[in-house]
Design a protein around this ligand. Structure first.
Ligand code: GSH
Length: 309
């Protein structure tokens, strides 16, 4: 059975895709049914770009003709649709995500690729990531950055490791939360080439045992779809009413104007369209493409620039 207009489709790939892994853990924590649409690891992405209007990173979530880019927007939307009662709350979840996504993820890259002969980097991958980041893909420079990266990773991870010493099962107690998904994807990414914990972090034994518990949560009820089907779902659907807007937006942008929304870190390919909603932490752009018809593309505000186009 293929995905319908109200089903969650996650555009993603397995393997070396830390942010996809984070989302899959949340789908597992919430025990949701979802469809995986495998996307290419490098550009071009002919079944993704018509949906996002340019944004190239994964994961991207689609429900009908609504598209959420970036895990921050995806996880907020999952929480809105499937709220967890009595959890740690979105504010604390976001704070841990910002630490992991915007501080520690960058530091994990030298640990993964620097001087690691277990990972074979093919040239097309290296060139793609150079174009995406605007910086040379340089394993020797990454190896040189390794000790500093390890020391800062260790500083933060030791705190989580110590928290687990009281016997709690998960980082915030006995129930898994978004904090677990965030820290888990980092450790899984850092250790992927080693089949478990990165050897330089293996002395953090509480985290080693904890990551097995998080891994055992699984990814909910996963089904598969493909790019053609996902585009057809969007084309057959109509975008939902966008989220409410904030009055007197600090940026002074007007609803109905043309804007460009782009990541502020890497993979800055913009999505251009009509601004249809601007909330405290949401921006929604309406655009259309022949493959998908009219779609609403949602981004978080944190991590993105919004400029008149
Ligand atoms: N801030 C983004 C980061 C997403 C990201 O960096 N994704 C990686 C893979 S997990 C990516 O898209 N790499 C380039 C590519 O796959 O083309 C988020 O939270 O979703």
């Amino acid at each position: 059975m293929s995905a319908g207009p109200t089903d969650i489709i996650l555009h993603q790939y397995d393997g070396f895709a830390p942010f996809s892994a984070k989302t899959r853990v949340m789908l597992g924590i919430k025990q949701l049914t979802w469809y995986s649409c495998a996307q290419p690891v490098i550009m071009p992405k002919p079944h993704l770009i018509p949906l996002t209007g340019g944004y190239r990173k994964i994961p991207v979530m689609q429900i009908g003709a609504d598209i959420w880019c970036d895990t921050r927007a995806i996880l907020h939307e999952l929480e809105r649709r499937h709220p967890t009662k009595g959890g740690i709350g979105q504010g604390i979840s976001d704070a841990v995500s910002v630490l992991c996504d915007r501080v520690l993820f960058g530091l994990s890259v030298p640990l993964v690729f620097g001087g690691n002969t277990a990972i074979q980097i093919d040239e097309a991958f290296a060139k793609d990531r150079e174009a995406m980041s605007g910086a040379p893909f340089d394993p020797a420079a990454m190896a040189a950055a390794g000790p500093y990266a390890e020391s800062v990773m260790r500083a933060h991870l030791s705190a989580f490791n110590n928290d687990l010493a009281d016997g709690r099962k998960f980082l915030a107690g006995d129930t898994p939360t978004q904090a677990d998904a965030s820290v888990f994807y980092l450790l899984q990414f850092a250790g992927a080439a080693h089949g478990g914990m990165h050897p330089k972090l293996a002395d953090l034994t509480n985290l080693v045992a904890w990551s097995q518990r998080v891994n055992a949560i699984g990814a909910g009820n996963r089904k598969d779809t493909d790019g053609e089907q996902a585009l057809a779902v969007a084309k057959a659907a109509t975008p939902a009413t966008p989220p409410p807007s904030l009055g007197n937006d600090p940026l002074g942008l007007k609803l109905g104007s043309r804007v460009s929304v782009a990541a502020d870190d890497y993979g800055k390919d913009p999505c251009v369209g009509e601004l249809v909603s601007l909330g405290a932490d949401t921006v929604t752009v309406r655009r259309s493409a022949p493959e998908v018809g009219e779609v609403n593309v949602h981004f978080p505000r944190v991590g993105f620039t919004i400029t008149p186009a």
